[in-house]
Ligand binder design. Structure first.
Ligand code: BGC
Length: 508
């Protein structure tokens, strides 16, 4: 009886305040929240204390025209010196974990483990210790795109030796930091590394080796990841007791119509764009997806190649790859409509685009914020999570990136809307039975947004890049995210009081 009165009272209060009951939804017990950054995007100190050159240093210094505002990451957010302020912001938000990446050339200036750079090690030790002091779990990405230039000069990810180079580097990282780091991510976004870095003229090293380079990269990268996973599993896990996984960039590709051709095209787009990297690890059969192997083999034969441009894995390699991830790390930003389209310009053949043979478009109302690569389609996120559940027997998923860019400014209602609706879609996916364990907002603060330079702002905190202090200020979205973390629920109607400073709650 008393309970009924309490429920009635709560409902009346909610109605009086105009809050529909269903607008407040709880996250499950143990669900983790964090934010993410990456070394090249925030650290700066590009040549300080013994760090050597990586492929982003080289590209921004030699091809500034390739970056929208001709900028670079030489100073970026200056986090190499300002990491304590970064951790203070994480405490303000009340984070469970912080995802950051290690710069390979800061730890191993020669690229190899012949000499470990003490200053670089100190920097990451200080950061990790500062996080742990406040109960924030470090989540360390070993590779977020900043390959040593010296390794690139020897072919980078197209050289099969990279499997050994990366394994050596991984062993150094586990040895140095694994006593305190319990979440390791081997590699961030294979698709961007291989397809945007080797297949087209976009991300560093911008090789533009169409239809060849991206596939060589994909094979070596997957094997390098698997080797790093197995080293952790066999040599470190029993003492360090951590988790290790890989993060994929996966967008959702929806058929543009119910026609058989479009259904098949959308299926292929999902299989090529992200399952290319996830199928070998999580599927029953392993290997590259069958649709991909078939299409590329047929195209290659038509084009007069003696064998498929998609390299083969041996039986041993297929088995070596399968099962090498404790979670499915998912970076998600957008969705597209897909239709079949075979007409790729002759000078673009052979290419990945031609191999896939689809056209894509998005709707004008999906454009939210400043970036062309992010689209506001929360239902696509839910569909993608369900597809992962169905294709791979419901693996535990960690959302390792999700977010949207604005043109700057503290009142970022666009970002608030994006986060609310994507978190809502995530809750829907949990209701559907998807096993999602955590969520990471990209990004803690504005930073060097690759070829877009500083023209796109992804941060919960705004950074003043005109100031030598790189002052950080919380946006409205920081207040809203903080409230989600504090209450462990999603309240679509919560309005923060921005006249009050964001403060650190007791216990953080
Ligand atoms: C990358 C981040 C990047 C973000 C926004 C992801 O693909 O991992 O480094 O800043 O997208 O574009």
């Amino acid at each position: 009886m008393v309970l009924r009165w309490i429920v009635l009272f709560v409902c009346v209060c909610a109605a009086v305040r105009g809050i529909p009951r269903h607008s407040v939804r709880k996250f499950p017990e143990g669900f983790l929240f964090g934010t993410a950054t990456a070394s090249y995007q925030i650290e700066g100190a590009w040549n300080a204390d013994g760090k050597s050159e990586n492929i982003w240093d080289r590209m921004t210094h030699t091809r500034p025209d390739h970056i929208k505002d001709s900028s670079n990451g030489d100073i970026a957010d200056n986090s190499y010196y300002l990491y304590k302020r970064d951790v203070q912001m994480m405490r303000e938000l009340g984070l469970d974990f912080y995802r950051f990446s290690v710069s390979w050339t800061r730890i191993l200036p020669s690229s190899f483990p012949d000499r470990i750079n003490e200053a670089g090690v100190n920097y990451y030790n200080n950061l990790i210790d500062e996080l742990l002091k406040y109960n924030i779990q470090p989540m360390l990405t070993l590779y977020h795109w900043d390959l040593p230039q010296k390794l690139q000069d020897m072919g980078g990810w197209t050289n099969p030796e990279i499997v050994t180079w990366f394994a050596d580097y991984a062993r150094v990282i586990y040895t140095l930091f694994g006593d305190r780091v319990k979440y390791f991510i081997t590699i961030n976004e294979p698709y961007q590394i291989c397809n945007s870095g080797y297949g087209i003229d976009s991300l560093a090293p911008a090789l533009n080796s169409k239809g060849i380079g991206e596939y060589m990269c994909a094979k070596n990268l997957l094997l390098a990841h698997a080797k790093a996973y197995r080293i952790y599993d066999e040599e470190f896990r029993s003492t360090q007791k951590g988790n290790i996984f890989i993060s994929f960039s996966a967008q959702w590709y929806e058929p543009a119509s119910d026609s058989v051709a479009d259904l098949e095209a959308a299926h292929d787009a999902n299989q090529f764009n992200w399952a290319q990297y996830t199928w070998p690890i999580y599927s029953e059969t392993g290997d590259f997806p069958p649709e991909m192997r078939k299409r590329i083999a047929a195209k290659s034969a038509e084009q007069g190649f003696p064998r498929s441009r998609l390299p083969e894995f041996t039986h041993e390699e297929i088995e070596f790859l399968r099962g090498t991830s404790d979670f499915f790390g998912l970076n998600h930003y957008s969705s597209y409509y897909i239709h079949r389209n075979g007409s790729i310009p002759v000078h673009e053949v052979p290419s990945y685009a031609d191999d896939l043979g689809v056209g894509s478009y998005s709707l004008p109302e999906w454009q939210l914020g400043a970036s062309n690569i992010t689209k506001y389609v929360p239902w696509g996120f839910r569909k993608l999570l369900n597809r992962i559940k169905d294709d791979y027997k419901n693996p535990p998923v960690f959302i390792t990136e999700n977010g949207v860019a604005t043109h700057g400014g503290i009142m970022d209602d666009d970002r608030v809307q994006y986060y609310r609706e994507y978190l809502g879609a995530l809750l829907d996916a949990l209701d559907d039975g998807c096993d999602v364990r955590g969520y990471t907002a990209w990004s803690l603060m504005d930073n060097f947004e690759w070829t877009s330079g500083y023209t796109e702002s992804f941060g919960l905190y705004e950074v003043n890049f005109d100031s030598i202090y790189r002052t950080r200020s919380p946006r409205k979205s920081a207040y809203v995210y903080k409230e989600v973390l504090r209450s462990r629920q999603l309240d679509h109607h919560y309005e923060p009081d921005l006249t009050r400073p964001i403060t650190i709650d007791p216990g953080h």
